[in-house]
Design a protein around this ligand. Structure first.
Ligand SMILES: [Zn+2]
Length: 305
């Protein structure tokens, strides 16, 4: 064999080896991604072990509620939409998705049919125990994905309260940012400027998640106007504020909904969630800082000497 030939064969063999390695890596990753369900309840116990590994020990808890959504949307609107966002994200970047979770703060809708309003104590404990159970199962990074506005005070407080005692996991509340590019498109598509509940935006999202559950013909049957019944009292916050403004649990006008708007809103959130998952898979800064904080907190005087 001439030197030139042997070199050519060596290069060929090296290339084949590299291709084989590359294929096995890509093949392995693709196969495991496509083979493993993202939904917690659809995994076998043994596949669950692989799923924890593949997810980087990350699980999303999409949080919804059962609450009236105007005259035209289903009680489970928030849960359905938030799961759509989480599942879209999870199929792009493998991550576990916790089952249907609806233990939310919704006391302000107790006067409406179909509301499930658990006590503040219960919603706190069940979320904490859920997080503890996730951690016991190898999930050390828990992402709360909130789909319900009534949780906007509860979940940041819950996240902050995790510092009460030392834990071997972290809770991260997903907070999508306003993307100016998306915002511009949203503004072009939107025909209404007020809202916030079962409105043009939320109805558009449901038109994408579960169009069969949207009753567009009923969207104008009730009013989604702000009644402003406590407007005369300045500089205040009171728990009855929502009832004072929107007793129908309808804020805005869902009749202007359009699927293009829904697609835009859902995708924008799903993409931002994918980015968060990607970063958390590689980055342990939150856990490291928590551990440093715990250590310093055990003996603050010593640490500050
Ligand atoms: Zn909602």
């Amino acid at each position: 064999m001439k030197k030139g030939q042997s070199t050519a064969i060596a290069i060929l063999l090296a290339t084949l080896y590299l291709l084989t390695v590359a294929n096995s890596i890509a093949g392995g990753a693709t196969a495991s991604k496509s083979n493993l369900p993202v939904k917690w309840g659809e995994l076998t116990a043994l596949d669950f072990v692989k799923a924890v590994q593949e997810s980087g020990g990350i699980c999303l808890i999409p949080i919804g509620v059962f609450e009236k959504h105007g005259p035209h949307l289903p009680l489970g609107t928030d849960l359905i939409d938030v799961r759509e966002i989480a599942l879209r994200a999870a199929t792009k970047e493998y991550v576990l998705v916790f089952p249907e979770y609806y233990f939310s703060q919704i006391l302000e809708a107790k006067h409406q049919p179909g509301t499930i309003a658990y006590s503040p104590k219960l919603i706190w404990n069940i979320l904490q125990e859920t997080c503890d159970e996730l951690s016991r199962n190898g999930i050390k990074k828990i992402i709360l994905v909130n789909g319900h506005g009534g949780n906007n005070s509860f979940l940041p407080f819950f996240s902050l309260a995790q510092l009460e005692k030392e834990r071997d996991y972290c809770v991260v509340l997903f907070r999508p940012e306003r993307d100016p590019m998306v915002q511009e498109k949203v503004e072009k598509l939107r025909e209404t400027t007020t809202g916030g509940h079962a409105d043009e935006a939320e109805t558009s999202m449901m038109q994408v998640s579960r169009p069969d559950l949207v009753h567009m013909d009923r969207a104008k049957e009730q009013s989604g106007k702000d009644l402003g019944r406590l407007k005369h009292i300045p500089s205040k916050y009171t728990g009855i504020f929502w009832y004072a403004q929107y007793p129908n649990h309808y804020a805005g006008d869902g009749s202007y909904a359009k699927p293009e708007l829904g697609e835009l809103l859902i995708n924008s959130q799903a993409e931002q969630l994918v980015e968060l998952v990607k970063v958390l898979k590689k980055d342990d800064a939150i856990l490291e800082l928590q551990n440093r904080f715990y250590k310093e907190s055990r003996d603050p005087l010593k640490t500050k000497q």
